[in-house]
Ligand binder design. Structure first.
Ligand SMILES: [Zn+2]
Length: 722
């Protein structure tokens, strides 16, 4: 469950009760924090109560909208991890221990009894056994939901799916509670879906849609429990008062910012023994910060009293000063150790709220920021007094990102709480993700609003604008969507210029945008990474059960990132790097439990090769087949199997046979960031339509008008603007 975020309207400032934050945190069975709570399987059956189809008065949406919100919320977690939900329907109305894991919005006595206050919009109840295995998890929303008004009074509220003023976004509530159903506690990161408070629509004069989307902290958390974690690394260590071996700094928030971009990637909360562990980090350099959870997220809000983070204990921990613990390098499949001693003292400064100058509002939920668009940000809290011009006595503000510059830092006086105002100018190339505000006192003491700013498109983009109409943004986003990396300068310039060379000729620009877009699928870099992953799955498993495609979105991107890591075609020794990545990946691929289950090591070389060939559609001719059998007979090891699998995957007939199918599938993966049968679709009819059309035009995507249809679709454009 989560509490309602405070909303302070500066024009009429009344200090309402405040709350606090944390990074991703796992549920444990007891205060010992040794046994983690999780589903024993990644195939989880969840029933949608029939109450979703006929919403009660406190849900202002149609049944179809509510069901879609629930399906999308489930889908977000599934897309981030190895989880698959088997969604059924149930006539049950109560979130009760009845053996059915239920999502309900019904107004029943049982559901009302789950809530002790109106300012808890939703609640998950999770049952688990002594081994931490979840046996049932239910989700209910609060039939008597309330919110705080600008004066801190509780007034009645409701749920909606359309951003209606003063309502709770139902999909955001679902996303948060489903995180609990899966075994996550609250996060100390302000922009996380798992942060302990939910804002109502209208905070910062915007719909509160940002927590519909998982932050990278949420993603790291769910992957820490269910995977995939292949190719990723960890940071772990101990945090103590005054020395890393000192008294455990229980409840401290440890978070890692990617040095290259400044994004807050993930964090964790120190347990009672003083230990923390941040898993699922892409390899790279990280700046590690340890902060007390003393607003905007509070330590006491991280966990329930039964688990590893009891609120009663955490609210009584001694204070300490935020510590920038240094930079660590994280490698794949490795854990970087970082032990930290924090200075046990009352912090001199403490930013407790964040807000926007445009709304003149402060709250404890993240502020959406938009690439290429300057705006005024507010932070407020204890001793947050900016230095008067010409002096160095006050607090200065910075953001640890090369993409975001800060200017015009000044004090706003007369509000009963110290408020600092500053302007930010995020580059049009600012990568999506969460960024922290860093405050530093004249004495050099630092404090953070961890993940207080979020580039979570399209939230915050003003009406009438769409970032994808900006050529530079459009191109950069293709690097992210298809190559899973930020653009290199020369590539960015080249493709941007392709479009911009049209000047104002709209027809020319449209044609170039289609071609530039398709160029990413057709690029050597994608063909050698993403398309190879597609063909490896095809050769290994054929099509996924019940689908016409061999690989699912949630498998595809982690694997593609692993093969592509450190590769920029044309730059440096990219071919050697790519080959090394492919070899390492193929070896790990054949060592995965699911591969070995399908292909026991006792199989003969002939059985192995024939099975792959069958999956691939019989693409090997007699000589190719015999050569692979001979190769494997001479070296029937994991490495030998990996080599044979790669050769089947790289067979020219397979490459040709799957090209159109992969092209269509990548329209969904790249542009829509989902599977073809994920919401709002329910099956593969869209995929089949486009495959039929592309085949009809012999793969000519221009004649088939396929790429054009996707990049001009409402679903694609709504990723980047209203
Ligand atoms: Zn919660």
């Amino acid at each position: 469950m989560r509490l309602t975020a405070t909303l302070l309207v500066l024009a009429a400032l009344i200090l309402a009760p405040a709350a606090r934050p944390r990074a991703y945190t796992l549920q444990y069975t007891s205060t010992a924090a040794t046994t983690q709570v999780h589903w024993p399987t990644t195939n989880i059956t969840v029933a949608l109560s029939t109450s979703l189809n006929s919403p009660p008065s406190y849900v202002h949406a149609t049944g179809a909208q509510v069901v879609l919100a629930a399906r999308r919320a489930l889908s977000r977690w599934a897309l981030a991890s190895n989880i698959q939900f088997n969604v059924t329907t149930s006539a049950a109305q109560d979130a009760a221990a009845d053996g059915v894991s239920l999502i309900t919005i019904a107004d029943t006595g049982t559901n009302r009894a789950l809530f002790s206050t109106g300012v808890q919009p939703g609640r998950a109840r999770v049952s688990f056994d002594g081994s931490g295995n979840i046996t049932e998890a239910d989700l209910a929303i609060n039939p008597l939901v309330t919110r705080f008004d600008a004066f801190g009074n509780q007034v009645s509220s409701f749920f909606s799916t359309d951003g209606a003023q003063d309502s709770y976004d139902l999909e955001s509530t679902f996303v948060h509670e489903i995180g609990h159903m899966l075994g996550l506690e609250h996060s100390g990161e302000v922009a996380a879906s798992m942060q302990p408070r939910q804002g109502t629509n209208g905070t910062y004069n915007l719909p509160s849609f940002t927590t519909r989307t998982l932050s990278s902290d949420d993603v790291a958390g769910i992957r820490a429990v269910y995977g995939p974690r292949s190719g990723l690394g960890s940071i772990a260590g101990r945090v103590g008062y005054n020395s890393s071996t000192g008294v455990a700094a229980f409840g401290a928030h440890v978070f890692a910012e990617e040095v290259a971009t400044g994004r807050l990637v993930a964090g964790n909360v120190v347990n009672a023994a003083g230990n923390y562990r941040i898993d699922s980090l892409p390899p790279g350099q990280y700046r590690v910060v340890v902060e007390p959870l003393d607003e905007p997220v509070a330590a006491a809000q991280i966990g329930s009293n039964g688990g590893g983070y009891p609120a009663s204990t955490l609210s009584n921990q001694p204070p300490f000063v935020t510590t920038e613990a240094g930079t660590v390098t994280v490698g794949a499949e490795a854990t970087a150790q970082l032990n930290v001693g924090v200075n046990g003292a009352v912090p001199a400064i403490n930013p407790r709220f964040i807000g926007t100058g445009a709304s003149f509002q402060l709250s404890t939920v993240a502020v959406p920021i938009v690439p290429g668009q300057s705006q005024t940000i507010l932070v407020a809290g204890d001793n947050m007094n900016a230095a008067p011009v010409g002096t160095v006595t006050g607090v200065s503000i910075s953001i640890n990102s090369p993409y975001i510059s800060v200017s015009n830092v000044q004090q706003l006086n007369g509000f009963g709480i110290p408020v600092i105002s500053f302007d930010i100018s995020p580059s049009i190339l600012t990568p999506p993700g969460e960024y922290s505000v860093r405050a530093i006192s004249s004495a050099g003491q630092v404090a953070y609003v961890a993940g207080g700013l979020t580039v979570d498109l399209p939230n915050g983009v003003p009406a009438g604008q769409n970032l994808s109409d900006n050529s530079q943004f459009f191109v950069a986003q293709h690097y992210r969507d298809f190559l899973s990396r930020e653009p290199d300068q020369s590539g960015l310039d080249f493709w941007t210029n392709e479009i911009e060379s049209c000047g104002r000729d709209a027809a020319c620009r449209d044609v170039k945008r289609n071609n530039v877009s398709a160029a990413f699928f057709l690029s050597i870099e994608f063909q050698q990474t993403g398309y190879l992953v597609y063909r490896l799955y095809k050769a290994a498993y054929g099509n996924a059960a019940g689908t016409p495609v061999p690989v699912r979105f949630q498998q595809f991107f982690p694997d593609t990132q692993e093969i592509g890591r450190g590769v920029v075609v044309g730059v440096g020794n990219w071919q050697a790097q790519l080959e090394a990545n492919k070899q390492a990946f193929a070896l790990k691929f054949v060592q995965r439990p699911e591969f070995i289950a399908r292909y026991p090591r006792t199989l003969s070389p002939t059985q192995f090769v024939d099975a792959l060939n069958t999956n691939a559609g019989g693409v090997l001719d007699a000589t190719e087949r015999q050569n692979l059998i001979d190769e494997l007979s001479a070296n029937n090891t994991d490495a030998g199997r990996a080599s044979v699998l790669r050769k089947v995957a790289d067979d020219s007939n397979l490459v040709q046979q799957e090209l159109n199918r992969a092209f269509v599938l990548m329209q969904y993966f790249g542009y829509m960031r989902r599977n073809p049968d994920d919401p709002p679709d329910a099956d593969f009819s869209g995929y089949n339509f486009w495959l039929g059309k592309l085949n009809e035009f012999n793969g000519n995507y221009i004649a088939a008008e396929m790429v054009k249809a996707f990049i001009t679709s409402i679903e694609y454009r709504q990723r980047f603007g209203p």
